[in-house]
Ligand binder design. Structure first.
Ligand SMILES: C[S@@+](CC[C@H](N)C(=O)[O-])C[C@H]1O[C@@H](n2cnc3c(N)ncnc32)[C@H](O)[C@@H]1O
Length: 351
């Protein structure tokens, strides 16, 4: 069931957003979502099982249905006979957004309220998020730790996709460089399913202690390393047959994304694998990125470009990569190979 609400109806839901969240938090906490998802389940059975009043539950479930989350069959005037089934994945979705480790809870810690009610001034450039609230890239050790922790929390869709394609990606690879690889959480995860691989995180030197903590806690500390550097100041290190950019290129303008990929082309060994993963633009992902789209209105140093996957497939081909492919998953992976006998310079240079 796909429901597209009119702008007017969507506005009613948005204005009542806190109440909708209250309904869903309650449904999650009391276990209603667990009962509704396998469905269909009758209202009288639900009311009995959860010890609640049927008419009250009927109205409560109307709230859930108005959000597009429930299918309902009401065969008679007897509300007890009304049966319900939740859309597949609802419980996990609510848990991901509102549960104890929810990404939205983490995001809420950022000082977005500095913009609230002042957006018009912010759009004019008169109100910004100061460096003490959020600096991009992070400036202090505390900001670095806080930011990389938030990033690691959001790695779920990437991990799912790299796990799904592990043998195709890494079976013939020896050394991976994860450029802008955060605190090393993803690299450590990749090593779990790639026993012959060594991985180095390339990141700003300030991130070194965080990667060291990840290394010490992971299952293969001997295969996870760190290379400190600034990809704007130095060429990427050589000697790798795989290079990945995960949620790095979307932080920069198009010309910089191209420059970074050209650097990777130059650094990769002939036949080397290039992997790009980020939330390639779709309506769903733009919605899930809403927090950052809003918050970063006040942060000019982060361009925050959610690009369609085709931007990268085209760019990689232009630079000279071959076998460009899009591997499916929670977030797709774009993969490409440097031709085996290619020289060390990219075919096109625009900067
Ligand atoms: C949005 S985060 C993504 C982190 C990680 N790849 C992930 O997806 O969780 C961008 C990363 O790029 C790194 N970064 C930013 N500027 C950099 C630079 N000039 N050189 C190297 N790394 C940089 C940041 O420290 C951060 O780890």
């Amino acid at each position: 069931m796909t429901v597209t609400l009119s702008p007017r109806a969507l506005m009613s839901l948005l204005v009542n957003g806190p109440k909708a969240v209250d309904v869903l938090e309650t449904a999650l906490a009391v276990g209603l979502l667990d009962a509704l998802e396998p469905g269909p389940v009758r209202l009288d059975a639900l009311a009995n099982r959860f010890g609640v009043l049927p008419l009250r539950l009927y109205k409560f479930l109307d709230c859930v249905e108005s959000l597009g989350f429930l299918m309902r069959d009401e065969p008679s005037d007897d509300i007890g006979a009304t049966s319900y089934r939740a859309v597949p994945g609802l419980r996990d979705a609510v848990n991901a957004a509102l549960g104890p480790g929810a990404i939205e809870r983490d995001r809420d810690r950022y000082p977005w309220r500095q913009l609230q009610g002042r957006l018009a001034d912010s759009l004019r450039g008169d109100v910004s998020i100061g460096d003490d609230g959020f600096a991009w890239p992070p400036k202090t050790a505390a900001q670095t730790a806080e930011f990389e922790r938030s990033m690691a929390l959001g790695l779920g869709p990437v991990m799912e996709t790299v796990r799904r394609h592990a043998s195709r990606l890494w079976s013939d690879r020896h050394r991976l460089l994860d450029v802008g690889g955060g605190d090393g959480t993803l690299a450590a995860h990749i090593l779990d399913s790639a026993p012959a691989l060594r991985a180095d995180v390339y990141n700003l030197p300030a991130v070194a202690p965080l990667v060291e903590a990840t290394r010490a806690a992971c299952g293969h500390p001997d295969r996870l390393g760190f290379v400190g550097g600034d990809f704007f100041a130095d060429p990427l290190p050589r000697g790798y047959d795989a290079i990945s950019f995960v949620r790095v290129l979307h932080d920069w303008p198009n010309a910089v994304a191209r420059q970074l990929l050209e650097q990777a082309y130059a650094a990769l060994e002939p036949g080397g694998l290039l992997v790009i993963c980020e939330e390639f633009r779709t309506p769903d992902r733009l919605a899930m990125q809403f927090f950052w789209s809003y918050f970063l209105i006040g942060v000019d140093s982060s361009v925050s470009r959610l690009r369609e996957v085709e931007f990268y497939t085209k760019l990689l081909a232009e630079i000279g990569f071959g076998q460009v492919a899009v591997l499916p998953g929670g977030w797709e992976l774009v993969t490409a190979y440097k031709p085996p006998l290619a020289g060390n310079g990219p075919l096109t240079t625009t900067l």
